[in-house]
Design a protein around this ligand. Structure first.
Ligand code: 13P
Length: 284
């Protein structure tokens, strides 16, 4: 595995009119599941983790970098290691110093000016390390504590995009167009007209969060309209849990190593589907 700045993967995706799948990892097995699937599918991937997830896992930035580099040696694949949803500038600095090749500064719950200024601080710092920066404009629903997926005031305002991108020089931008984190309560309706306007103003790769539950057709149309990175967590994570439980339900004496292997295999199947969607390969 070669860890590269995320912008290189995004540039490739732009050229090939596709997206890169970004998957949140939770432990060693999920890192292995992701890298092995990427190698089998011959695709680049983004390994990502959020500070809040690291807290639960009780793992440091340095430990994640070390794990990814050690296990990455097994696979011939290009990947980026990305910090997802860092709401503190300082967390971005820590990840960059530790060897992450990309960070997301998430100032979506701050005022527009604060989001803009903090994003610029992170971009200026990241530049010295050749690290990629993602920002968010608007508020993606779900985990951030609001659930009204289509409320207009949460959506990315296309009129702010040009100023934000120009001022911050950010590499890519996460958009709120009716997408939300976690399982949707009803089928999401993405605002593609808004996405088109954002793309016209941004002229940089756009990121779609909340990949879980978005239909295959909408993912395809989103890529066609300018999305080059798609985040998947909940559904992929659930597939591991279900694989693990299936092994246990089939045999209550099962050893953990066998149950976790069952989870890893189930997760690999789900990741392969997500990669195929992003790569726009024929659906299996
Ligand atoms: P889901 O959990 O909805 O797939 O979203 C993942 C995500 O956007 C991580 O930032």
């Amino acid at each position: 595995m070669k860890l590269v700045p995320m912008r290189l993967l995004l540039e490739d995706a732009v050229l090939k009119n596709k997206a890169v799948a970004a998957i949140n990892i939770s432990n060693m097995e999920t890192i292995l599941a992701l890298l092995e699937t990427a190698a089998i599918e011959n695709a680049s991937v983004i390994i990502q983790v959020a500070p809040i997830q690291m807290e639960v896992q009780q793992i440091t930035y340095e430990e994640i970098v070390a794990l990814v580099n050690v296990f990455g040696k097994r696979y011939d694949v290009r990947a980026a290691l990305h910090l997802d949803h860092a709401t503190k500038v300082e967390d971005c600095y820590k990840a960059i110093r530790a060897g992450f090749t990309s960070v997301m500064y998430d100032g979506s719950l701050k005022s527009y000016e604060e989001n803009k200024n903090n994003t610029k601080k992170v971009v200026d710092f990241a530049k010295e390390f050749s690290v990629t920066v993602e920002a968010e404009l608007g508020k993606v629903g779900g985990a951030e504590g609001h659930s009204n997926e289509n409320q207009d005031s949460y959506m990315t305002d296309p009129l702010l995009v040009k100023d934000f991108v120009r001022y911050t020089s950010v590499d890519c931008l996460a958009v709120a167009i009716g997408n939300a984190h976690g399982f949707y309560k009803s089928q999401p309706r993405l605002d593609f007209e808004r996405l088109k306007n954002i793309k016209n103003m941004a002229c940089i790769p756009l990121v779609l969060h909340g990949g879980t539950g978005i239909s295959e057709d909408d993912i395809d149309l989103a890529i066609e309209t300018g999305i080059n990175k798609i985040n998947f967590f909940t559904e992929v994570d659930r597939s591991f849990v279900e694989g693990f439980l299936k092994a246990y339900q089939g045999n209550h004496q099962v050893y953990m190593m066998a149950a976790q292997e069952s989870g890893r295999q189930a997760m690999m199947k789900e990741i392969a589907l997500k990669i195929a969607l992003c790569e726009r390969r024929s659906r299996r």
